[in-house]
Design a protein around this ligand. Structure first.
Ligand SMILES: Cc1cc2nc3c(=O)[nH]c(=O)nc-3n(C[C@H](O)[C@H](O)[C@H](O)COP(=O)(O)OP(=O)(O)OC[C@H]3O[C@@H](n4cnc5c(N)ncnc54)[C@H](O)[C@@H]3O)c2cc1C
Length: 402
């Protein structure tokens, strides 16, 4: 399935600057006001609205930039991908409802999938026909995935899967699960792991939503009781699961949601604009304490932009990012948590008599603060990133060597 090339989409020769301008013009012209969180017309978009919006972005050439044309992509470089991400970040638009499909499952299928799997899954992810969830974590295996227990047993041309996953984001809406299982025993640790693409409507799968601190139930426990899938659902060879999982995690840490720094700056500007719209909050902005904190956060956002630009330069030059992805994950999550604390401290001064924009900001930044608590946990906790940085970048002794 090829995407019919929309004639408005610039081609590779136009370069990233032209692509960025194109993305800016298109997004400004098409993003509905009710989907912009900095607008007074904002209301939480439905899943269908998000799906339609992201499908229209894909048709406009703003998704699948680096994916091969044979699978519905545009065959461009990470530079165009980054150019689009900068403009996505600069607008207060909703988070993607399909980032696990587009940014984790898609790249893994391209790396280890068979040709028929690439032909089937990749165009459907881009066209927003299939959502994915990521079934890695288990009650006793989060930071240390080598302890996972979900068992896959081969029975002729099929596999029987039994076990439990937890914290599975988007499980209730997902069509497929990128599932990590083991074929041997827990003592095998990272050997004998196997990845699958499991349809979520397979008999034996039970999804139990978990409510999070921000009131949403976007993640879940997922139970697999005698779930039978054909051998064709396997992604890669038995024993390739660990390497595939490491790839998924390094993408998640280094290049996933590349727009973050630009989104954080947009949020900071949104916060400042909301404060300026209200006399009492405006006064607070003149307080040296807040001035300094805002300056610090902006400085960190700028450094994060530099880290992202450097990552793209290295990847385009064909270098491996390896453990340096942990630096990016550590930095963005800590930086955004600090910003969310600053925002909450400012909007806590909003009263029912404050300006409409300030009241809107209070709602937005209270939710953002609560979600930011999770940012130093998912995609690898801060403590784990610090260990990786110390051990692999600075060559400090590992636990085993001590
Ligand atoms: C919002 C959110 C969404 C998520 N979505 C998904 C998803 O879609 N799919 C999925 O598979 N998982 C998902 N997760 C799970 C996430 O990957 C795990 O929570 C994370 O890997 C940590 O594992 P854990 O919760 O088991 O904590 P643990 O690994 O038990 O860690 C507990 C504490 O011990 C510390 N710790 C652990 N090991 C070490 C060590 N070696 N050195 C120092 N300190 C250590 C940790 O830093 C942490 O503070 C999500 C989590 C959140 C919060």
């Amino acid at each position: 399935m090829h995407m019919d090339k929309n004639p408005a989409i610039p081609d590779a020769a136009a370069g990233p600057a032209a692509y960025r301008q194109y993305a800016r013009d298109w997004l400004q012209a098409h993003l509905p006001a009710h989907m912009r969180s900095d607008s007074l017309d904002y209301r939480t978009p439905t899943l269908d609205e998000c799906r339609a919006w992201e499908a229209s972005m894909y048709q406009a050439g703003l998704a699948g930039m680096t994916w091969p044309r044979a699978y519905g992509g545009l065959g461009l470089s990470l530079r165009e991908h980054l150019a689009v991400n900068k403009e996505v970040g600069a607008l207060s638009m909703p988070e993607s409802v399909s980032s696990i499909g587009k940014e984790l499952a898609g790249p893994i299928i391209q790396a280890v999938g068979r040709e028929d799997q690439k032909q089937f899954f990749l165009p459907r992810i881009l066209a927003m026909e299939h959502y994915w969830c990521q079934g890695f974590s288990e009650p006793d295996a989060g930071s240390d995935l080598a302890r996972l227990r979900t068992k896959a047993t081969q029975e002729g041309e099929q596999w029987r899967i039994n076990g439990q996953k937890i914290w599975t984001s988007g499980a209730a809406k997902a069509h497929y699960c990128l599932l990590l299982t083991r074929t041997g025993t827990v003592a095998d640790k990272h050997r004998g792991l196997l990845m699958f693409a499991v349809p979520m409507d397979t008999p034996g799968i039970r999804v139990v939503p978990i409510k999070s601190i921000d009131g949403k139930d976007s993640f879940a426990e997922v139970f697999f009781d005698d779930v039978v899938v054909p051998d064709g659902a396997r992604l890669g060879e038995p024993d390739e699961g660990w390497n595939a999982a490491i790839r998924v995690l390094s993408i998640e840490r280094a290049t996933n949601r590349m727009y973050r720094a630009w989104r954080f700056e947009c949020e900071l500007r949104q916060l400042v604009a909301a404060c300026k719209s209200d006399p009492a909050l405006s006064q607070l902005l003149q307080d040296g304490h807040y001035e300094r904190r805002i300056g610090e956060v902006l400085g960190e956002i700028d450094a994060l932009k530099g880290l992202v630009e450097r990552t793209v330069d290295q990847l385009v030059a064909g270098e491996r990012i390896g453990a340096r992805g942990s630096l990016t994950k550590l930095y963005w999550s800590e930086c955004h948590q600090k910003f969310a604390e600053l925002a909450l401290s400012l909007v806590s001064h909003v009263t029912p008599r404050s300006s409409a924009l300030a009241r809107r900001a209070r709602k937005h930044f209270t939710t953002a603060y609560l979600f930011a608590r999770a940012e130093t946990i998912y995609a690898g906790t801060t403590e784990v990133q610090l260990d990786i940085i110390a051990q692999r970048i600075m060559d400090l002794p590992t636990e085993l060597a001590k």
